[in-house]
Design a protein around this ligand. Structure first.
Ligand code: SAM
Length: 262
């Protein structure tokens, strides 16, 4: 897929990469082939950058944005991310400036656990708080309201891979018909349910990578990030001179980071 074509569907800054965007577009197209008038729900919208392809798609009848605004959020890397200045009003303003039709957009300022929807979802994108606990909780509330043939996507798999492993085990135990796909060079992992689990994902969407192997690498990568973020090493000369182990490990405060656009 060409960069220009991708950018046409993503006119608003988003925290997704180019490959993520290509995956989202392919799934948007796939929905058109299989589901009439589908409903898209997104947890974590920021400026609205990841929901624009669905606003543009006429076959998508409802776009639901769930975002608990004005928060500083934690993640599994032991980082804190500030979304304090990003309001729902700012997102709507940006979408209007790009002349996007927002008549089918429904936005909810809060956590999915407080949301009482009337309709079921066909496609979900979970990109809210990147802790395993929140990801699993977001997933459970989405699962309550999904249609039999549907797709649930997760962003930043490298951070929340443990939640993904638990979700996979949970679905297996509950006898769901599903397939998991971690897309290559993308942060997105998808769970494909019902008839969507039968499609050739590599051919129809994007190349995938071995999920279990990905999780092993992600675990090592996460450990290094957690150590770098939280552990300070002090060299104690007094201990060194006494021929004792000279290093002291100290836990640092979590560093606050400002949310970045693409
Ligand atoms: C990683 S950003 C979303 C990025 C967006 N999907 C994009 O591609 O640009 C995370 C978002 O989660 C939101 N958030 C914070 N707490 C939340 C919660 N409990 N439920 C849903 N979203 C939450 C933040 O306000 C922020 O907009």
């Amino acid at each position: 897929m060409k960069k220009k074509e991708i950018e046409k569907f993503f006119p608003i800054p988003s925290q997704t990469s180019l490959v993520d965007k290509a995956v989202i577009l392919k799934i948007n197209k796939l929905m058109n082939l299989r589901t009439k008038n589908f409903i898209y729900i997104e947890i974590g919208s920021y400026l609205g950058g990841s929901l624009t392809p669905f606003l543009i798609n006429e076959n998508c009848k409802r776009v639901i944005s769930v975002d608990k605004r004005n928060q500083i959020i934690d993640d599994e890397r032991n980082e804190k991310w500030s979304y304090k200045k990003i309001s729902e009003k700012l997102m709507i303003k940006g979408l209007k400036e790009k002349k996007l039709d927002i008549s089918k957009l429904k936005s909810f300022n809060g956590d999915i656990s407080e949301y009482r929807p009337k309709e079921n979802y066909d496609l979900a994108f979970i990109d809210g708080i990147h802790t395993d606990k929140n990801t699993f909780s977001d997933f459970l509330y989405i699962l309550d309201k999904i249609n039999k043939h549907c797709i649930i996507l997760f962003h930043d798999s490298v951070v929340i891979f443990k939640a993904l492993l638990l979700i996979k085990e949970f679905l297996k135990k509950k006898n769901y018909t599903f397939k998991i796909a971690k897309f290559k060079e993308s942060g997105i992992t998808g769970f494909f349910f019902g008839s969507f689990s039968k499609i050739d994902i590599n051919k129809k969407i994007n190349s995938t990578q071995n999920f279990e192997k990905f999780c092993v690498d992600a675990e090592e990568n996460l450990l290094i990030q957690q150590l770098n973020n939280r552990i300070k090493v002090k060299f104690k000369i007094s201990r060194f001179l006494k021929n004792k182990f000279p290093y002291k490990f100290i836990i640092k405060e979590k560093e606050k980071k400002e949310s970045k656009k693409d």
